[in-house]
Design a protein around this ligand. Structure first.
Ligand code: PBG
Length: 332
């Protein structure tokens, strides 16, 4: 017997060619940004246990990686600095210093790639503070929002001076984007862009990252990062950052926050980024190591889902290898 159907959506799936013709989105390499770690005082790259395949780089190995990012046609590279324990202090001074590891790395990478890819810097104090918080503390040990923002402004100017095309304030302090925009402009860096970590949640999925940067954090970030239960607040944070001059806004983590991402993308007049974070990476690598999932297909599908939900840009630790897995997924 045959059903008398008007609609047979399967007709659009009958061959690889038909599926290619009807595919709604494909992820381009130029949408991908590789986050990288550079560590002070080490003479060889150091693997990160909880992020198999990712290392803390030396300046030399970082420069080589940056040149791979440019030749692969990726959208950009986002730098995180790992200072020596001795260089950490209460206000994160090593993050601002011209000879701090992050600023030295920015200068090195920028001289390596020029304008061939976009050089970005994480603008946050947590890697550089001895208490591990993203800001400076009051004498009672609470986060001092406005004093933290003043540090971010100095940090962003130092990063622009070192060669960053884009600064990425990720500390979730109120007013950080507007203050950084004004500070950059005052210092003559009106063409340095701001990628705002707008909707950043107090997420357990950041766990492996804290290993990656040797974070000293005790306690949590719940007074500045968002409650995972709050969807509406994501769009609110993004709207505020756009009003303050953000050139792009970010949702983070990515894969478990696709509703927030879709909301932000629906209303944003500027490009929307999503950060596929360390925990999203580590879970896939761990399951793949056990033979429980098909690693390459999961990588391609996870990135496809993030772009389908509305991301224009994706930060991913798989950025360099992903284009091959995506291309393979489009062939069948
Ligand atoms: C803060 C920052 C964090 C991440 C990126 N920027 C950590 C945090 O907020 O605790 C997490 C990235 C990841 O998990 O991959 N500088």
């Amino acid at each position: 017997m045959s059903l008398n159907l008007t609609n047979r959506p399967r007709r659009a799936r009958t061959s690889a060619a038909m599926r290619r013709l009807t595919r709604e989105i494909e992820v381009r390499p130029s949408q991908l940004i590789l986050p990288v770690f550079v560590r002070d005082g080490s003479d060889a790259p150091a693997p990160i246990d909880s992020m198999p395949g990712v290392s803390q780089h030396t300046l030399d190995s970082l420069a080589a990686l940056a040149s791979d990012v440019a030749s692969a046609g990726l959208g950009g590279i986002m730098l995180f600095g790992v200072p020596t324990e001795d260089d950490k202090d209460a206000t994160g001074s090593a993050g601002l210093a011209e000879d701090g590891i992050l600023n030295r790395a920015l200068a090195r990478v920028r001289s390596e790639v020029g304008d061939a890819t976009v050089v970005m810097a994480d603008t946050c104090l947590d890697e550089f503070t001895d208490h591990g918080h993203c800001g400076v503390l009051t004498s009672e040990g609470r986060i001092d929002n406005d004093a933290s923002v003043a540090r971010y402004v100095e940090m962003a100017i130092a990063q622009a001076a070192a060669g960053a095309h884009v600064v990425g304030p990720s500390g979730m302090m109120d007013g950080q984007v507007g203050a950084i925009r004004a500070g950059l402009d005052r210092a003559g860096y009106d063409d340095v862009a701001i990628l705002a970590y707008s909707a950043k949640y107090a997420s357990a999925f950041f766990g492996p990252f804290r290993d990656a940067v040797g974070s000293s954090l005790e306690g949590d970030r719940r007074t500045y990062q968002q409650d995972p239960a709050n969807r509406r607040e994501g769009a609110y944070e993004a709207a505020l950052d756009i009003a303050e001059g953000a050139d792009a806004v970010m949702v983070k983590p990515a894969g478990y926050y696709l509703d927030v991402l879709a909301d932000v993308a629906a209303d944003s007049p500027v490009p929307v980024a999503a950060y596929q974070v360390s925990g999203e990476y580590a879970m896939v690598e761990a399951a793949a190591r056990n033979g429980w999932i098909e690693r390459e297909r999961v990588i391609a599908e996870s990135l496809t889902s993030i772009v389908r939900a509305g991301a224009d840009l994706v930060l991913s630790y798989w950025a360099l290898e992903a284009p091959a897995h995506l291309a393979a997924s489009y062939r069948n």
